[in-house]
Write a protein that binds this ligand. Structure first.
Ligand code: FE
Ligand code: CA
Length: 536
């Protein structure tokens, strides 16, 4: 059996080069003791352990995170793995045939983390593609392709990305991910709802019984409560070949929304307002499973039930991307989270969407941003859309979006208006419809401050009814911000150059059949220096 010193062990755990001297953000290991003794010396598999594919994420100008998770039986507890540590070899090459391997190493996959592999590669050249793969026990993973960022502040003419999320497994095929894998993009932003926590339709009772439309393929298991439940659900979703293709195609910046844990949770409060210490246990398990299954840096490993997710990335001098966390720090939804008129609670100054620390970070980052464009990539709709309820009367809005946190919304729009007029674009999701619109302060002056594109779902909502959906029709009435909305599945494609930010709302005719047809529902331009969107 191998004998590891501290330096070797740190390397095996995924830190490389410069990270060696930095303190680790968690204390899972006692370094003054002998290294782990339970390493499997001779891994053997009867089927491939790479059933969940490969992924990369969190690119920097000299590296990125490489991810896989060993799981020969992805639906079983521990993924069918022995309860031992296992050494996994990894390679990064300059070409897709692995003729020139530029870095390689070993990573220790551990049962505590469901045999997840998170290799933080550094020391690579900027602004170029690399290819990577993993090997263990004579088995070899599929090849993934990643990409480093341009050097900090380097001149850059173009960046392209996709925003997508809301991938309810039972309601459709992940054709959108297959098409995204074919897009010539620099990165994917996943806005959340990577999994859904509900019981499979076969197990469902109450509200979920006899879902409409009927499921196409079934969640395994009941509502998720334990870490094994969450792990198995990721295992099921991640076996999807279309999703795997998109992960293998380019680096991702992931974020979670609500369904990675529980519908419409807020900080320590779940949908049913269980005692907070009870929800905290569930949240901690869900967040650990999220970390295990995503290409995240060690700095995002959950500690005491908290996960650090807000961060930024710079694409040369062209784009500064701010990825937000609108779940962990928000105040509880107002008015019992029911569609409600915007009463005083919605405007209360002591309620926040981002929390003080994240808001200060974002505001400072935006004020000081040297980039030509700034992206606010987050989870829930920033447009303040009101609609008339079925019985008429006062106009209502959802309490889970920024419309339920108007004090935070006012502060954000004021900040953009003051510091970065005409070069901030917000991208969001969650609503299972495409939305494109201007952002206007709610003071009645009607002045356009910024722009938002909210990406529709990958499958949630099944095929959709296009422009015939009653929600679509009611949203188009009396909402000056909204320029386009449609109820189809797909993704948002952004193509940014120095003067124009183009957004294409991509839609699929069907997700309930394999290989649905992709088209562009509408395209918009945001011109640099000119707030608001223009249909082209
Ligand atoms: Fe969703
Ligand atoms: Ca959601």
């Amino acid at each position: 059996m191998a004998n590891f010193d501290r330096r070797t062990l740190l390397t095996l755990l995924g830190s490389s080069g410069a990270a060696l001297t930095a303190p680790l953000p968690f204390k899972a290991f006692a370094w003054d003791r002998p290294p782990p003794y339970n390493v499997e010396p001779n891994p053997k598999f009867s089927t491939t352990p790479f059933t969940l594919g490969v992924a990369s994420g969190e690119p920097l100008s000299d590296g990125f995170v490489l991810w896989t998770r060993l799981a020969p039986e992805p639906l079983d507890p521990h993924g069918g793995m022995p309860r031992r540590q296992m050494l996994v070899d990894w390679e990064v090459a300059a070409d897709d045939g692995f003729k020139t391997i530029v870095q390689s190493g070993k990573f220790m996959a551990m049962p505590e983390l469901a045999h997840a592999v998170h290799v933080e590669v550094s020391g690579l050249a900027s602004n170029r593609p690399y290819w990577y793969r993993f090997m263990v026990g004579g088995e070899r993973s599929p090849v993934g392709r990643s990409r480093t960022l341009p050097a900090l502040g380097a001149p850059l003419d173009r960046v392209r990305f996709v925003a997508a999320g809301c991938q309810y497994y039972e309601l459709g095929y992940f054709t959108a991910w297959r098409r995204i894998a074919e897009e010539p993009i620099d990165f994917v932003f996943h806005y959340g709802d990577y999994i859904y926590e509900g019981a499979g339709a076969k197990f469902a009772t109450g509200d979920n019984f006899g879902k409409n439309p009927p499921p196409l393929r079934f969640h395994v298991g009941n509502e998720l409560y334990s870490i094994d439940d969450y792990r198995a659900r990721y295992g099921q979703y991640k076996t999807d070949p279309d999703l795997q293709a998109a992960h293998a195609a380019c680096p991702w910046f992931v974020s979670f929304d609500d369904h990675e844990i529980d519908n419409n949770w807020a900080a320590n409060i779940d949908e049913n307002e269980m005692p907070q210490e009870i929800f905290a246990t569930r949240k901690a398990m869900a967040l650990q499973a999220y970390y295990e299954n995503m290409p995240l840096r060690r700095s995002s490993m959950p500690v005491n039930g908290h996960i650090q997710m807000f961060r930024s990335a710079q694409y040369g001098d062209l784009l500064n991307a701010f990825f937000l966390d609108t779940r962990q720090y928000r105040s509880n939804q107002a008015y019992f989270d029911l569609a409600s008129p915007q009463g005083p609670e919605v405007f209360a100054a002591n309620r926040s969407m981002l929390g003080d620390r994240q808001e200060a970070w974002l505001f400072e980052g935006l004020s000081k941003s040297p980039s030509r464009w700034n992206l606010i990539a987050q989870q829930v709709l920033l447009m303040n859309l009101l609609r008339t309820g079925p019985e008429g009367g006062e106009r209502l809005t959802g309490m889970d979006t920024w419309s339920g946190y108007m004090h935070s919304r006012r502060r954000l729009l004021d900040h953009i208006d003051k510091h970065r007029p005409g070069n901030v674009v917000t991208v969001s999701g969650d609503a299972h419809l495409h939305f494109a619109g201007d952002l206007i302060q709610d003071n009645g002056d009607g002045r356009v401050i910024s722009a938002e594109f909210s990406a529709t779902s990958v499958t949630s909502g099944a095929d959709g009814t296009g422009d015939e959906n009653p929600r679509v029709r009611s949203a188009m009435v009396g909402n000056a911000e909204l320029k386009a909305i449609t109820d189809k599945r797909g993704y948002l494609l952004c193509d940014i150059n120095r003067n124009v930010w183009q957004a294409d709302l991509k839609i699929l005719d069907k997700v309930t059949q394999a290989n649905g047809n992709l088209s562009t529902y509408a395209s918009f331009h945001v011109e640099h220096g000119r707030p608001g969107i223009k249909r082209i």
